[in-house]
Design a protein around this ligand. Structure first.
Ligand code: CUA
Length: 258
């Protein structure tokens, strides 16, 4: 019993973080190939950035030291140097190409909707999200649709995340190609979940589309990411990725409610 309890207490320490932490500096753990790609590209670029910072700081320090007016009272008259000018033009362009290749590959993959098995519509409202699952309906008025409101502070239960938990989560199957269609009913909103690498504007009168492929089961937290009014900070997003069997039973339960 004691062992069981200590495992239970230690569990959150080892579990993956799919919500922000206090004073967090890095990324949340990725749950989609897209977020992994974003993190990899970030690391690629930081690699070049550190090389450049070290080189430039070294040059500045050397220049300030060697060409100080006390150390070097009579300046050189050189104003051109063809070789070095060619070098300092070509080298940065090569670095830019090295950054551009993986960057474009990632950029185009963000929009690639791979034959989705499930389509979900997310609609931003002032100030909550609503979700529609129309794949399973026999007629127009039969689709699964529900609102997703933030849980207010007073109603929070122990372990729930303040300003992040909602009453009705968006439930999706893990390891399945999903298509998310995003729009808004009133003003601009933005549907964003960091660990999924998803951020898409919700625009009234327009449908935006993003692909999702969640690689593991879990609960993923996000927030509206476009200033949309007084309660912009209070319309969080919760995605619950479950196994296919659990998803099917969730859908059939929802269909019975209609
Ligand atoms: Cu909705 Cu910000």
């Amino acid at each position: 019993m004691n062992l069981f309890l200590s495992i239970l207490i230690l569990l959150p320490i080892f579990s993956l973080a799919d919500a922000p932490e206090a004073w967090q500096l890095g990324f949340q753990d990725p749950a989609t190939p897209i977020m992994q790609g974003i993190i990899d590209l970030h690391h690629d670029i930081v690699f070049f950035m550190i090389l450049i910072i070290v080189f430039v700081l070294w040059m500045i320090t050397r220049t300030l030291y060697h060409f100080h007016y006390k150390k070097n009272p009579i300046p050189e008259k050189i104003i051109h140097g063809t070789t070095i000018e060619i070098a300092w033009t070509i080298m940065p362009s090569l670095i830019l190409v090295l950054i551009a290749v993986p960057s474009f590959a990632l950029l185009y993959s963000l929009d690639e909707v791979v034959d989705p098995a499930v389509t979900i519509k997310a609609i931003g409202h002032q100030w909550y999200w609503s979700y529609e699952y129309s794949d399973y309906s026999q007629s127009d008025d039969q689709s699964i649709a529900f609102d997703s409101y933030m849980i207010p502070d007073d109603d929070l239960e122990l372990g729930q995340l303040r300003l992040l938990e909602v009453d009705n989560r968006m439930v999706v199957p893990a390891n399945t190609h999903l298509r998310l269609i995003i729009t808004a009913a009133d003003v601009l909103h933005s549907w964003a979940v960091p660990s999924l690498g998803a951020k898409c504007d919700a625009v009234p009168g327009r449908l935006n589309q993003i692909p999702l492929f969640i690689k593991r089961e879990g609960v993923f937290y996000g927030q509206c990411s476009e200033l949309c009014g007084a309660n912009h900070a209070f319309m969080p997003i919760v995605v619950e990725a479950v196994s296919l069997e659990d998803y099917i039973s969730w859908v059939s339960n929802k269909l019975e409610e209609i």
